[in-house]
Design a protein around this ligand. Structure first.
Ligand code: ATP
Length: 284
């Protein structure tokens, strides 16, 4: 989000400014200009997205936007349609109907451009077990770096993000699940994608590892990047996400900031809101 207030203008570098102006002139950036002077760049626009698996409709025409510079959470129970949505945004799956744009690139017609600016971490991703952590990062960095200096820069960022200390020099097969996940999150973020798409980044992690991953995500966004993540853990998203959309059975049932939603439903947490919304939609 770009806010025309003094503090935020400082965070908006000159290079980014001219890129932004050029894109605006070319009509490649959509803006919302609410009354209070807040100008929003959309990182993702999902519009009436539907996905059928045979005769089963997994996504029933969902719409939402992710703003540049925020952590947006797609939150819902198992089978709600989170992975399907993230895979479509990542260009790995074709929609049945509807439109999806990532920084104004159409995911169907301009998949190549989209893949250059995103990074996708699947829920069930694994790393090569016989490689040392550092060698895995170096192996993956080679797909992105155009010279040795760039390569080492990417690997260094990966080491810092993974924060595994000396264990980065051990083989992945000796890692716990939490350590492997931290390595994979580092792999996804070390190339500094404009948009990181993380499917259940903290699923199955203990408190400490989940906290580490959440901290990494918040730091990444603080540097101006955008994160779209999914989670079925409705309690943790309040601490990670700026805005959320609750998804159930292929439909977005509610969206907003955690604070807004808690106020609207007079609820203590997102779980309470989800139960309330699903109960209401079942009886209406
Ligand atoms: P989870 O939290 O369990 O990963 P999810 O919210 O990510 O769930 P999806 O994996 O997107 O949900 O699945 C949405 C629905 O689509 C589910 O009912 C699932 O069974 C169905 N589905 C997903 N992939 C396929 C497929 N390849 N063929 C048929 N049905 C599928």
């Amino acid at each position: 989000m770009i806010i025309f207030e003094r503090s935020c203008v400082r965070a908006f570098s000159l290079g980014t400014f001219w890129t932004f102006i050029a894109n605006k002139v070319l009509g490649r950036i959509e803006l919302e200009l609410p009354k209070r002077g807040v100008m929003v760049v959309n990182a993702v626009i999902v519009d009436a997205l539907a996905k059928d698996y045979g005769s089963f409709r997994a996504l029933k025409g969902i719409s939402f936007t992710v703003r540049q510079g925020e952590v947006f959470g797609l939150i819902g129970p198992n089978g709600a349609g989170k992975t399907t949505t993230l895979r479509i945004i990542s260009t790995l799956l074709k929609p049945s109907s509807g439109n999806v744009h990532v920084f104004d690139f159409d995911v169907v017609r301009q998949g190549k451009e989209v893949r250059k600016i995103i990074s996708y971490l699947p829920e069930d991703a694994g790393a090569h077990k016989d490689l040392k952590g550092i060698d895995y990062l170096r192996f993956m960095a080679r797909f992105f770096a155009s010279n040795t200096i760039e390569l080492e820069g990417i690997v260094q960022r990966g080491i810092e993000i993974a924060n595994l200390g000396d264990r980065i020099y051990d083989k992945v097969k000796t890692y716990s699940k939490g350590m492997t996940r931290r390595l994979l999150v580092a792999r996804a973020l070390m190339t500094e994608p404009r948009l990181a798409i993380l499917d259940e980044p903290t699923s199955g992690l203990d408190v400490i590892n989940a906290w580490e991953v959440r901290k990494v995500i918040r730091n990444f966004v603080a540097q101006g990047h955008t994160v779209l993540l999914s989670s079925h853990n409705m309690l943790e998203v309040e601490f990670t996400c700026d805005r959320i959309a609750l998804i159930n059975r292929g439909e977005i049932v509610e969206s907003g900031t955690p604070k807004e939603l808690k106020g609207k439903y007079n609820a203590q947490n997102i779980e309470e809101i989800f139960v309330e919304v699903v109960k209401c939609s079942a009886t209406s």
